[in-house]
Design a protein around this ligand. Structure first.
Ligand code: MF3
Ligand code: CO
Length: 251
């Protein structure tokens, strides 16, 4: 395994990619309402990404047929947008998007409420987001990769949630998926030492019930095995000697 260290120039390009992606998510959030289809979200996402001079990295990635992964309720990740899938009051919806700017990638996901959602659903979204911030406390030079994993695991597990094991975070840069893999659950080994200039996509996928998931016949959609809700929160993060820099989140 070799984890690339980005140069100042590469970091600048990834900052730009991240800013654009953060803005794409902010714009998509505005359209989340009962009555819109997951296709509408994808279409808007494609247009936004193109309008910023970027390419949608997911489109045609290993044959994925859209620009945005739109995963509703018990769908964990990689939901395929469809004109027939209409968001309704009380749903939760996870949007995962990636952009390429001048050859450099950024990857980020958010889970949003649709209309009025239950307290339990809101709590799941909140804890998933918070677990990301617990994890990145260890995304700094001198820490070990699996300190991030353990922090996410402990935060979610102690609150009774299931941590998805079959999908993990990843290094990112010129490629969407680079070394290292970043599990969201505790590891036996402490993992590689982190160094300034590493760029990581950290992405807890957290279930209300069991951690177990199933893969649907469409070849993409991942769902919870028990049909309960799942939430996703992801950002592209730059490791530094001090505080990590969250590239795909606007201040
Ligand atoms: N965002 C996903 C990840 O973090 C990638 C989506 S794969 C795609 O790994 F095929 F849907 F694009
Ligand atoms: Co990712």
């Amino acid at each position: 395994m070799s984890i690339s260290i980005k140069s100042q120039r590469e970091i600048e390009l990834m900052r730009e990619a991240g800013k654009i992606l953060a803005t794409v998510h902010e714009e998509l959030e505005k359209m989340i309402k009962p009555g819109i289809s997951t296709y509408d979200i994808d279409k808007k996402g494609y247009e936004l990404i193109k309008s910023f001079g970027c390419e949608p990295s997911f489109l045609d990635y290993e044959g994925y047929p859209a620009s945005i992964c739109v995963s509703v309720n018990d769908e964990v990740v990689h939901g395929i947008p469809s004109k027939n899938r209409i968001l309704k009051d009380g749903d939760i919806v996870s949007l995962d998007a990636g952009v390429i700017y001048k050859g450099y990638q950024s990857d980020a996901a958010r889970t949003w409420p649709v209309g009025e959602i239950s307290e339990e659903a809101a709590r799941l979204i909140q804890v998933t987001r918070e677990s990301f911030f617990e994890g990145i406390k260890y995304a700094k030079e001198g820490c070990h990769l699996h300190e991030i994993s353990a922090a996410i695991d402990e935060y979610c597990r102690s609150r009774g949630y299931g941590i998805v094991r079959d999908l993990v975070g990843h290094g990112i840069g010129k490629e969407l998926h680079e070394d290292p893999q970043i599990p969201n659950f505790k590891q036996l080994r402490r993992g590689p030492k982190l160094m300034a200039g590493m760029t990581l996509a950290i992405e807890p996928m957290i279930n209300q019930g069991t951690y177990k998931v199933n893969f649907l016949d469409d070849g993409w959609t991942v769902v919870t095995a028990d049909g309960k809700l799942s939430a996703h929160y992801e950002n592209t993060v730059l490791v530094t000697k001090g505080e990590p820099e969250i590239l795909s989140l606007n201040k």
